[in-house]
Design a protein around this ligand. Structure first.
Ligand SMILES: C[S@@+](CC[C@H](N)C(=O)[O-])C[C@H]1O[C@@H](n2cnc3c(N)ncnc32)[C@H](O)[C@@H]1O
Length: 339
């Protein structure tokens, strides 16, 4: 395939005709076309809900701003003269502000300086270096507007160095990685729990990365990123961020202080009061459960149920880490199915 075709991606949405007609009537054709196009791009902001049982919006906002400045400075310090520098620095610039909606003043909005900063067509003046990632990982990352970590990488061009601009493609034929007759999915990004066995497999033998037939792989190009480590580094480190793809980071503000979650609106619509008894039927990973418990000021009763054993375990762990459930009369997390 010609490089000019391979490194171009023009995502578009196909709507159910009835839904499309409804929205066109509601918004007008032009406005709806713009909305439709925006939906093919990563969101340009994220909403952070502060755990008011542990901290306040002001404290978190200040700490987050400070760490964003530090990261930006370190990106500038790190600069080698590669064409990825601009991308790196731009992707680390974030602007945070308090949410202006009524009763949501304990949330803040992180907005990127250059929204939708993604190059869907690669500069054609030289053949790009490329990374192929698993479909599963790219979807998760795309939804969350974040980076790609080592376990999500299936193949990587030779001579990739830290700071290189990189074409990112998705292996659309394989949903995840394949090893010894079974699919692996080493890192659960939503829970942050690592399944030790399969992760070790990749570490000892990063099978796909060593394959010589990289150039024969088919991959759907989805955009450009900047590498945070060299190809050699990928063999050494297991879980490092490898592509800074539309990214902003929260790793240095600890999880117990906030959650990145739009569930907050749902919790407000429910309007839970202190002393209420609330059943959350499909609870994991706990976005609404924790939002509800916080609105109840941790006083009352919440029963959170999910059918997935692993997710229930994580929900229990993360809630106690967040200090939620400590003073609720009952805070029960169970495995079970409602439907
Ligand atoms: C989209 S997530 C829910 C998100 C969650 N409410 C929050 O705010 O973070 C859907 C969850 O429903 C669970 N689930 C699906 N079918 C279920 C069932 N029949 N009974 C209980 N849980 C179920 C899944 O395991 C999954 O964790």
């Amino acid at each position: 395939m010609d490089a000019s075709d391979r490194y171009r991606f023009e995502p578009s949405l196909r709507w159910n005709p009835q839904v499309e007609e409804y929205f066109i009537k509601a918004y007008g054709a032009d406005h709806f076309a713009r909305i439709s196009k925006s939906l093919t791009r990563p969101s340009c902001y994220s909403c952070i809900r502060v755990n008011t049982l542990k901290s306040t919006n002001d404290v978190i906002l200040k700490s987050h701003r400070k760490s964003a400045e530090t990261r930006q400075q370190s990106a500038i310090d790190d600069m080698n003269q590669s064409d990825a520098n601009q991308l790196l620095v731009a992707s680390r610039k974030v602007h945070n502000s308090k949410c202006q909606l009524p009763r949501l003043d304990y949330c803040f909005v992180c907005q990127r300086f250059r929204p939708h900063n993604i190059a869907y067509a690669h500069a054609q003046d030289k053949p790009p270096k490329e990374i192929i990632v698993s479909q599963n990982k790219s979807e998760v990352r795309f939804r969350k507007c974040s980076g790609i970590y080592v376990p999500g990488v299936l193949a990587c061009s030779a001579h990739v160095e830290k700071g290189d601009a990189i074409a990112m493609s998705v292996d659309v034929e394989r949903p995840t990685g394949w090893w010894m007759g079974r699919w692996y999915d080493t890192w659960n990004y939503s829970t942050g729990l690592q399944t030790g066995k399969s992760a070790a497999v990749i570490c000892e033998y990063p099978n796909d990365l060593q394959h010589p037939y990289f150039s024969e792989r088919s991959g759907l190009y989805i955009g450009q990123g900047a590498t945070m480590m060299s190809r050699a580094g990928m063999f050494r480190y297991l879980l490092f961020l490898i592509i800074c793809f539309l990214n902003f980071w929260f790793s240095d503000v600890r999880r117990k202080y906030f959650a990145k979650s739009p569930s907050i609106i749902t919790a407000h619509a429910l309007d839970p009061q202190q002393g209420d008894r609330i059943l959350d039927m499909c609870a994991a990973p706990g976005g609404k459960t924790t939002a509800i418990a916080i609105l109840m000021k941790d006083k009352g009763e919440v029963v959170a149920v999910d059918r997935s054993h692993n997710k229930v375990q994580f929900l229990t762990l993360s809630n106690s880490f967040c200090g939620i459930g400590a003073s609720l009369k009952h805070f029960i997390v169970e495995r079970g199915s409602f439907f």
